[in-house]
Design a binder for this molecule. Sequence first.
Ligand code: S3P
Length: 430
Amino acid sequence: MPDGSSVVVLPARGVRGVVRIPGDKSISHRYAMLAAIAEGTSRFQNFSAARDCASTLDCVGKLGCEWRRFEDGAIEVGGVGPRLSAPSEALDCGNSGSTMRMLSGILAGQPFTSELCGDESLSRRPMARIMTPLSEMGAKISSSPGGRPPLKIQGGGLKAIHYKPEVASAQVKSCVLFAGLFADGETVVEEPIRTRDHGEIALRAFGAEVERVGNASRIAGGQPLRAIAAHVPGDLSSAAFFLCAAALFPGSQITLPGILMNPTRARLLDILVQMGLKISVTHLEEHQGELVGTIEARGAGWKEAIIAGADTAALIDEIPVLAAVAPYSEGGLEVRDAKELRVKESDRIAAVADNLRRMGAEVEERPDGMRIRGGQHLHGAELDSFGDHRIAMAFAVAGLRAEGETTIHGADAAGVSYPAFFEELRKITE
Ligand code: S3P
C-alpha cells in the first residue's frame, strides 16, 4: 500500500488545459535576499510557493528582516539595508543549495559569525565552490570535511576579486556578485559557460549597476539597494513537466500563461521544438528586466535529441524530465557533460537510470551522462523520488504513458519546488 507521501499515477490518453505555474524559484530566492539588504519594503506578487524559497525567507527572518505572506501569494519583505543582525541560531537552509550558496555571499559581507546548515541531502553537497572565492575575498569560512555543510562564516572587510569559477554555476556567480556588493573595489566573475543571469538582472532591478561583457559580470562594492515591487514570472523549470507531458501525446494541448522566457533558461523550448512539440509563445512582456510570455504547446510526435556542452548547463534542471520521457520518443536522448547532475538534490543520473530500469527501460549510464534509446515500452512500477523534487515530478510524467499503475514513493519531495504539482497534473490529465 502506498504510504502518506506516495502518489499513484495512472495511464492517461492525453493532457489538456491551462496551468498557472507558481513564481520562478531562482528569481524568488534572489528577490528575497536582495530585498532583505535593500532600503524600504519590497512586494512580490506570485512569489514561489516552493519549500526552498520558504527556507530563504526563514533565514532572512533570522537575520533581522521582517517579512509576511498574503493570502493571494504575494509577500512583503522589510529591507534593513546592508547591515543585517547577527542570528541567534543556525540558519537552516533545508534542502536548498541556492539558499546556502547565495546567502553565503551576503553573510560574507556581514561583520558577525553565522552558521548555515541543511537537511541530509544538502549536507552532502559541495560547498568548496563558494568557500574558495569568499575566502579569497577575506571571509573566514569553515565546513565539515570535504567542503560539506554545515558552514561557519565570519564575515566583514571584503576585498574585490576577479574570479574564474571552474564549474558553470549560476549559484556561485550570484554568491560572488552578492559578496561583491560588500567588497572594496570591483568584483568580476568570469564564467566558463554562460549560466542563468537572474542574479545580475535582480541586482539591476534593485538599483545596482552590473556590467556584463562576454562571459564576465562586474559589480562595484558599496552600492545601495532600494526596495522594488515585482511580479515573479512563472517557473519555466516547473512548466517543463507539463510541456513534456504534452509531448507524450499527439493531440494534447496546454496553455501556460506568464512563464519566464529569459534566454538563459529558454533553451528548453528549442530542444522541445527540435524534438517535435509544437510551441507558440504570445503576450511577451518584460517585468523588472525578465522576459515573460504565454506558452501554448501541442503534442505531435517526439524525435531525438543530444544535450551536451553549453546546452547541458542551460538545461540542467530539465534533464531529469526529458530523460524520464525519452524512452517514448522515436530517437531517444543522449546527455553529455553532465557530471554536475550527480551532485544535485540527488545523484540525478543514478536516480533517473534506476527508476527507468524499474519501468523496464534500457538505459546506458555514464559517469557524466546517459544514453536512452527511443521506441521503448515502459510498464508501471514502484518508483522512488530519492528525496528529490525533480525526480518525483519527472516520473509522474513518465507514468502517464506507461502500461499499468506507477507509484512514486517520497512524492512529497515535489513541494521543494512545486507543492501543488500533483493536483495540477491531475486536473489536466485526460
Ligand atoms: C540555480 C542554478 C542551478 C540550478 C538550481 C538553481 C540558481 O544550479 O540547478 O536549481 O538559481 O542559480 P547551479 O548554479 O549550481 O548549476
